[in-house]
Design a protein around this ligand. Structure first.
Ligand code: GMT
Length: 379
């Protein structure tokens, strides 16, 4: 198949999922065309069957808000026309689904059929999308999609709850991991750069938005470090970073906390971690937690959104209500304080991640593509 994929190129989970999906489809012989405003972070090298098409927006001085959506629709039309796309798969509803709809109509006027699939990822529904300034347009674009998927059952239910006008059937296709990326032969080699032999390594990875509650991560760690020698590695960057740096200084914990910034290969850090913290306000799925589990790292998380669909309480990690930092610290101490128990949780985490291996999820997308194509040819 000739597949167009529209995604954000940044470190966020939706871009990562779209890129890994495209790479896996290409490895199976499909021709994949990525359309975005920059090269997706996990798509650095040349890969067979993959082409990247950049969207450029004119910076004409009249535009206080450059019309990215129009430029994107235009680029989709161009790629569909000349690369003969069979279908388009857009990741994250805003503004990708509405741009896809516009492109589809423009192509239809030329007699070209381009069905599109929208994958809902989370904040496009639970935070940004439900804002009244987007709600009508998003509902429309979801309903007009040829197929819609959500990355968890929780996100599917949230979509129907927040978008009362959405009538479209939503298929749940969970996020996935490429397990071999998290089984590094040299794992552990650089552990000594971050901790002494006696210290446990606790990791958090996010875009440092409010929804991630990184301040809770630091609060939990502050309780843990008083009982067990440990270090906290914070991976990522975003709007809350400055506040978090101040919080670390106020707690006098700077010598035990390290900010590592945006790392393109977080698997290298996960390879040396003992515990992963994700106390988010909500997560439609929590890809970072799944990646941690794939690396054999147990997860202490909140129990909101799709997190209970991946983290099994008492098995791959532990879960508490949002904001219960004392409880999460107790859970972290429970897991870390007994070496045998820690090894058990680590093994279980790896086993749990196997349920989301890419070879289990990829066929679900291919099946959906075939269904959409069959409908396209019937019409
Ligand atoms: O807000 C973010 O964390 C970024 C966002 C994204 O689209 O990149 O993440 C959402 O999609 C990920 C991939 O499907 C999910 O794993 C995250 O749970 C989800 N974030 C939230 O729901 C907060």
């Amino acid at each position: 198949m000739n597949i167009g994929i529209v995604c954000y190129p940044t470190f966020g989970g939706s871009g990562v999922v779209a890129t890994e999906l495209g790479k896996a489809l290409a490895a199976k012989g499909h021709c994949v065309h990525f359309i975005s405003y920059a090269l997706p972070v996990r798509l650095s090298a040349f890969e067979e069957n993959i082409t990247y098409h950049e969207v450029t927006v004119s910076d004409y001085p009249l535009f206080e808000y450059p019309p990215y959506e129009l430029a994107l629709a235009n680029q989709i039309v161009d790629v569909a026309r000349y690369e003969k796309l069979d279908l388009l798969h857009v990741h994250y509803a805003i503004p990708h689904a509405s741009a896809a709809y516009l492109a589809k109509q423009m192509l239809a006027a030329e007699g070209i059929k381009l069905p599109f699939i929208t994958t809902l990822h989370g904040t496009d529904i639970t935070i940004v999308g439900k804002d009244p300034s987007f709600e009508a347009a998003i509902s429309f674009a979801i309903n007009e999609s040829d197929a819609v998927t959500a990355v968890s059952e929780s996100l599917k239910q949230d979509t129907y709850y927040f978008f009362r006008k959405v009538k479209k059937e939503i298929a749940v296709i969970p996020n996935f991991v490429c397990l071999e990326h998290y089984n590094l032969p040299e794992a552990g080699k650089h552990r000594k750069f971050y901790a002494t032999g006696a210290q446990k390594i606790i990791v958090h990875i996010s875009n440092f938005r409010k929804v991630k509650r990184v301040d809770d991560v630091v609060r939990i760690f502050d309780l843990v470090r008083k009982k067990i020698p440990s270090r906290l590695l914070l991976v990522g960057d975003g709007p809350e970073k400055t506040n978090i740096e101040k919080q670390c200084r106020d707690l006098g914990a700077c010598s035990e906390i390290q900010f590592l910034g945006k790392i393109t290969e977080p698997n290298t850090i996960l390879a040396i971690a003992d515990l992963f913290l994700l106390p988010s306000e909500t997560e439609s799925f929590g890809l970072a937690a799944l990646e941690a589990m794939a690396a054999g790292v147990p997860v202490v998380s909140s129990n909101k959104g799709g997190l209970p669909e991946i983290n099994v309480h008492g098995y791959s990690g532990m879960m508490r209500n949002v904001g219960d930092t004392a409880g999460m610290a107790d859970d972290a101490l429970y897991i870390l304080s007994d070496e045998k128990r820690l090894v058990k949780f680590k093994n279980n985490a790896r086993k749990q991640a196997q349920k989301f291996a890419i070879d289990k999820v990829l066929p679900q997308y291919e099946k959906l593509y075939r269904k959409v194509l069959a409908k396209k040819h019937r019409k």
